[in-house]
Design a protein around this ligand. Structure first.
Ligand code: ASP
Length: 408
């Protein structure tokens, strides 16, 4: 019998705690150099995540443009709702982080890289000129998310236009490229699944090493971070309920009762994609939305709208900057907003996908990606919470599209 990933991670955490205590819990009983080697699987996994991040985002954007079906007026309403909800989620995340400072005074036990990160003061001109890459492959090579988006958007818009023209003339050549993009997207996600399977090993390594060398102190600031994220996700839920109350015919109470199965499934599977059929069923059969509104919110939103992920990525960036004392200016926080939007669109609806795209958010403001390692240890839990919000966000959007008039 195969154990679910979260059980494997919990087991890894327990074994790691035992090994960490046996190795000295802060007063190492063997050579520190040997203990440091425990971090190796984690380093390799983060490297692999970084490698996958750019192709994942690139293909996700192309895939969105070429395959999303947005019927006329509700299409633009949908895009507006998705974007506004995501921006609100990020603002809530940044607000809570800026007020509570969960990372201040914390030590996470990761050696701060000796190389000073390459943080340029953000001047608007360099921002604009950095958008256009020197060559088409450079954004992929440099993991530069902003110019990557630029290239992907350019191709996405053109491919969409070609598809529309060909469809009008009943031509079908576009289908080949559509299939190739979809195939490559699926392939990247499959490789991502392989990497994710190794996460328990990474958790074991990083936790046992941290406990052995520093004891349990580093985990205290992680506790503050978990609470801050939970608070921000709760505020986002309140925001959804207010939008539902004033923008739809469904009462927030009826909505939450009808959405229960989907929310529980999202929490249990940590995958908004796996939850999709249940989400659709709840919207249509339990809440009573029109099928058209439900399918728009679930299919389009479910694939590309991850408000919980966006909120989490922005909070993680701020948390790491607080831990290492590298203050993020307002301009850099704006960059975090921008990249978190993209990162949440690019994150697949599968467990731990947010960690992959997070590497890009961190790189964009010059934060070290090494710290993703320590976040892996709590991600098995926070992933479930943000996935629940991802699904709640899609359901809210469906209800808002359904409008103020009930079907009967
Ligand atoms: N697990 C999330 C989802 O399926 C994505 C993430 O890792 O943030 O929606």
């Amino acid at each position: 019998m195969k154990l679910p990933l979260y059980i494997q991670i919990v087991i890894a955490l327990i074994i790691a705690a035992i090994v960490g205590i046996l190795l000295g819990a802060g007063h190492p009983i063997i050579d520190k150099g040997i203990i440091e080697h425990l971090v190796l699987p984690c380093t390799l996994i983060i490297k692999a995540l970084r490698t996958l991040a750019t192709p994942l985002i690139f293909l996700a954007i192309l895939h969105t443009f070429i395959s999303a079906d947005l019927p006329g007026k509700s299409g633009s309403k949908l895009v507006f709702l998705l974007m506004s909800n995501t921006v609100v989620a990020i603002i809530i995340g940044l607000f809570v982080s800026n007020i509570l400072h969960p990372g201040s005074g914390g030590k996470l036990g990761i050696a701060t890289p000796t190389e000073k990160p390459n943080v340029k003061p953000l001047d608007p001109w360099s921002l604009v000129s950095d958008v256009i890459p020197d060559s088409i492959v450079k954004p992929l090579v440099d993991n530069n998310v902003i110019s990557l988006i630029f290239v992907a958007l350019a191709f996405g818009i053109v491919l969409r236009a070609i598809k529309t023209e060909q469809m009008a003339k009943s031509q079908t050549e576009y289908q080949t490229i559509e299939r190739i993009i979809s195939l490559l997207f699926d392939a990247v996600i499959r490789i991502l699944h392989w990497v994710i399977k190794l996460v328990p090993l990474a958790v074991f390594g990083i936790v046992s090493k941290t406990i052995a060398l520093q004891g349990f102190e580093p985990f205290q600031s992680l506790g503050a971070f978990v609470l801050a994220v939970l608070l921000a996700l709760t505020l986002q839920t309140i925001y959804y309920l207010i939008r539902l109350r004033f923008g739809t015919w469904v009462s927030p109470r009826k909505f939450i009762i009808g959405a229960r199965d989907a929310l529980v499934s999202a929490f249990c599977t940590a995958s908004s994609t796996a939850t999709m059929p249940i989400t659709f069923d709840c919207l249509v059969n339990k809440i009573g939305l029109r099928e058209s509104s439900a399918s728009l919110g679930v299919l389009v939103g479910g694939n590309f709208n991850h408000d919980g992920t966006a909120l989490y990525e922005a909070m993680s960036a701020l948390f790491i900057s607080q831990v290492i004392g590298q203050h993020l200016t307002l301009a850099q926080q704006l960059m975090v907003v921008l990249t978190s939007i993209v990162a949440s669109v690019g994150a697949a609806g599968i467990p731990e996908a947010g960690l992959v795209t997070m590497t890009l958010v961190l790189t964009s403001v010059g934060l070290p990606t090494e710290y993703v390692a320590i976040l892996i240890t709590i991600d098995w839990f926070l992933d479930r919470c943000r996935t629940t919000i991802n699904v709640l966000g899609d359901m809210t959007v469906s209800a808002l599209i359904d409008g103020k008039k009930a079907t009967i």
